[in-house]
Write a protein that binds this ligand. Structure first.
Ligand SMILES: NC(=O)c1ccc[n+]([C@@H]2O[C@H](COP(=O)([O-])OP(=O)(O)OC[C@H]3O[C@@H](n4cnc5c(N)ncnc54)[C@H](OP(=O)(O)O)[C@@H]3O)[C@@H](O)[C@H]2O)c1
Length: 324
């Protein structure tokens, strides 16, 4: 059996136009369900063998998920039949072959749910996938219609995580998400936002409502969550997904002519993308980070960011100071 590093190397070659070889195929079952465990205050990190994708546990159940997930905003907003669409098929193959599971989407991302649903079905990836989508509606009737449409577009009868997008009408949508959870239509519920200006409101709501998941922005250039939301999530046992770890790609423009720090190799990072992702997952409250890409070689790069050592406090400080 090949090691994960072999898988990634292989995937990178595939992205360069060479044969991918055997990746996991259709209908493959995910890991056996773990027994439900009481919510623990801090998620634990399991680090199996060197080169393997790290996992963290979801505090409300103890279920383990890989620390590198993927987003679909922008990258999955493409038309069928285009080269970008074909590339996404490879992006998903690389993701699942490299041990990935969690994919985040939303009815608000143009055709992304339809594109994702079609490609998951075509590749036989659905059972392996930890699928997260959102409610983004102002009233209950619209949310009900939107949820039905999300299931249709995603070609599924349930999701693993249903989140209230950007806190939109959360007083209506969170109880609705809870109702769907009680019916077994979603395993977990959550709240999302992508701006630091939302953090105070998120903190108040999470303390009162205790969702399973919180999805927030956290990066070398937007590190505020480490001061309030992340310690709170650890204290309360709420899983955290990190969006915008690359500031929607803007961080790469800032490092285009910059060499990696001297300690990068020692930290197991071979690219800036890997350093930015390692920064996010080095906070113990973070369950997974969800970078978005439409390029298979970048998907392989991103998965590598979830292997090897985490960053020390000093390394995290140095990165933060570079992007102040
Ligand atoms: N409110 C919310 O719920 C909310 C808000 C924001 C985001 N999100 C979720 O979080 C996900 C991630 O956020 P995001 O998409 O805004 O931004 P992001 O992940 O910070 O950045 C994505 C950008 O980085 C580039 N990129 C990805 N991997 C790369 C690599 N290895 N090397 C160089 N460039 C790379 C991508 O370009 P290419 O595609 O060309 O590779 C894309 O332009 C979203 O897709 C969405 O699922 C949720």
């Amino acid at each position: 059996m090949r090691s994960r590093r072999d898988f990634l190397t292989h995937s990178t070659l595939a992205a360069a136009g060479l044969a991918l070889g055997a990746c996991r195929k259709g209908g493959e079952p995910g890991p056996a369900p773990r027994p439900e465990q009481p919510r623990s205050p801090a998620a634990s990190t399991s680090r199996p063998t060197r080169g393997a994708l790290l996992t963290r546990t979801i505090p409300s159940t103890g279920e383990a998920i890989p620390v590198i997930g993927m987003g679909t905003s922008g990258s999955f907003e493409v038309d069928a039949g285009t080269p970008e669409y074909a590339a996404l098929e490879e992006v998903l193959k690389v993701f699942f072959a490299g041990g990935g599971r969690l994919i985040d989407t939303s009815p608000n991302y143009g055709p992304a749910e339809s594109v994702l649903g079609e490609l998951l079905a075509r590749g036989g990836h659905r059972e392996r996938c930890f699928l997260a989508t959102k409610l983004a509606a102002d009233d209950l009737a619209t949310a009900k219609a939107q949820w039905a449409e999300s299931l249709r577009r995603l070609k599924t009868d349930r999701v693993e995580l249903l989140q209230v997008h950007n806190l939109r009408a959360w007083e209506i949508q969170l109880p609705y998400a809870r109702e769907l959870k009680a019916q077994g239509l979603t395993k977990y519920i959550g709240l999302t936002h992508f701006r630091e200006s939302s953090h105070a409101e998120l903190e108040r709501i999470v303390r009162a409502e205790r969702p399973d998941f919180l999805q927030i922005n956290y990066s070398v250039a937007s590190p505020q969550a480490a001061r309030s939301l992340l310690p709170m999530a650890q204290e309360l046992g709420v899983a955290v997904l990190v969006n915008r770890a690359f500031e929607d790609g803007k961080l790469f423009a800032q490092v285009s002519n910059r060499p990696l720090p001297g300690w990068a190799a020692e930290a197991g990072a071979g690219s800036w993308a890997q350093l930015f992702l390692k920064f996010a997952i080095s906070h113990p409250a973070v369950t997974a980070v969800i970078p978005a890409t439409g390029k298979p070689n970048r998907q392989a790069d991103n998965l590598e960011g979830g292997t090897g050592p985490l960053l020390t406090e000093a390394q995290q400080d140095e990165l933060r100071s570079m992007f102040r």
